[in-house]
Design a protein around this ligand. Structure first.
Ligand SMILES: C[S@@+](CC[C@H](N)C(=O)[O-])C[C@H]1O[C@@H](n2cnc3c(N)ncnc32)[C@H](O)[C@@H]1O
Ligand code: SF4
Ligand code: SF4
Length: 308
């Protein structure tokens, strides 16, 4: 089996209690002036979608997403129980969960599962990007999770407010026996968040004006790598394309041919992978004709080889 098909990225819900500046849910609201619709993945549809040879072979379900946070999915515990033959990796901001919620979650997770906590600062700074986060509730979650068997990781995105605080954040994470790592980004939305040191910025993905021209680009589609089931039930070629700044102007969205076929109600994991393969060939040929998506030029032009 294709090694890339062993993992599937899923957005189980579009719900979240936070308002991080560069999150697609926040930019969506900035652009449309209305909140992003509340959507929860339908478990029965997803069970049918995965009921095929490739679906059964998927080993890891990564509950991350683009518009929401899995801890606010009302069916989270049931979802995990339904797929207990697979491993889970959950990504969460860790805020506002009750002790009962975290204890119940620990009961269905094992040492083969992992929770990645997105904590970008300390008590005095985390909320500067993670708006509406609640430090006390995050630390309460950390303490409950640390006593369970589930693996934990603490992810810190580098911003201006924390670039000189990274060692202290790492110390705090490690004092709680949590593996710590930092991430550079190119998405800030707010210029006050941009680090002062260029080495702390992910420059290779930055937009360049020539991407909007009809210039030809050799594209090496990474559509095989982070295929994503959205909370809208659509199987997308990557999660990058789900950003409102790119999705609604993309051919994938405008030409319903692709998305209608890719709804999990209309296909299964095996067939959806074939459709994504056709889509990636389409992207490759668009690159050679000069009409590829701006996003595909940013993320998958030939010289971009990094895997983040
Ligand atoms: C939309 S979030 C969903 C998961 C969860 N709510 C969270 O924030 O971790 C998807 C991923 O994007 C990350 N993320 C959020 N803001 C980001 C930014 N400005 N640049 C890069 N990654 C970001 C999150 O930490 C998470 O790993
Ligand atoms: S916690 Fe995650 S889903 Fe929620 S607003 Fe922040 S980045 Fe978006
Ligand atoms: S950016 Fe375009 S080519 Fe790259 S993975 Fe996403 S859809 Fe595929």
């Amino acid at each position: 089996m294709d090694i890339e098909n062993k993992k599937l990225h899923i957005e189980v819900t579009s719900r979240c209690t936070l308002k991080c500046a560069a999150c697609p849910r926040t930019t969506w609201k900035e652009i449309t002036k209305i909140p992003f619709p509340k959507q929860d993945l339908n478990i029965d549809d997803f069970v049918k979608f995965m009921d095929c040879e490739g679906g059964r072979k998927v080993e890891l379900l990564q509950l991350c997403g683009d518009y929401g946070d899995c801890i606010y999915y009302p069916d989270l515990i049931e979802f995990i129980k339904t797929f207990r033959n697979k491993k889970f990796r959950l990504h969460t901001n860790g805020s506002h969960g009750s002790p009962k919620f975290w204890n119940d979650l620990c009961k269905v997770l094992t040492e083969d599962d992992e929770i990645v906590l997105a904590i970008d600062g300390l008590e005095d700074t985390n909320h500067l990007y993670r708006k509406n986060s609640n430090w006390k509730s995050i630390m309460q979650a950390v303490d409950i999770l640390s006593k369970s068997s589930v693996k934990l990781a603490w992810q810190t995105i580098i911003f201006k407010f924390n670039e000189n605080q990274l060692e202290q954040i790492q110390e705090l994470a490690e004092s709680k026996n949590i593996r710590w790592f930092s991430l550079k980004t190119h998405r800030y939305e707010d210029t006050n968040l941009i680090p002062t040191k260029e080495s702390n910025i992910q420059t290779h993905y930055l937009f360049k004006p020539e991407y909007t021209n009809q210039e030809t680009f050799e594209i090496e589609p990474k559509c095989y790598r982070i295929k994503t089931v959205g909370s809208d039930g659509i199987f997308y070629p990557c999660d990058w394309i789900r950003n409102p700044r790119t999705l609604y102007s993309s051919q994938l969205w405008k030409d319903r041919y692709w998305l209608d076929q890719l709804h999990i109600k209309n296909t299964n994991f095996d067939n959806a992978n074939k459709i994504i393969k056709d889509w990636s060939e389409h992207v490759r040929s668009c690159g050679l004709k000069g009409n590829a998506e701006v996003l595909c030029k940013m993320k998958c032009r030939k010289e971009v080889s990094c895997h983040d």
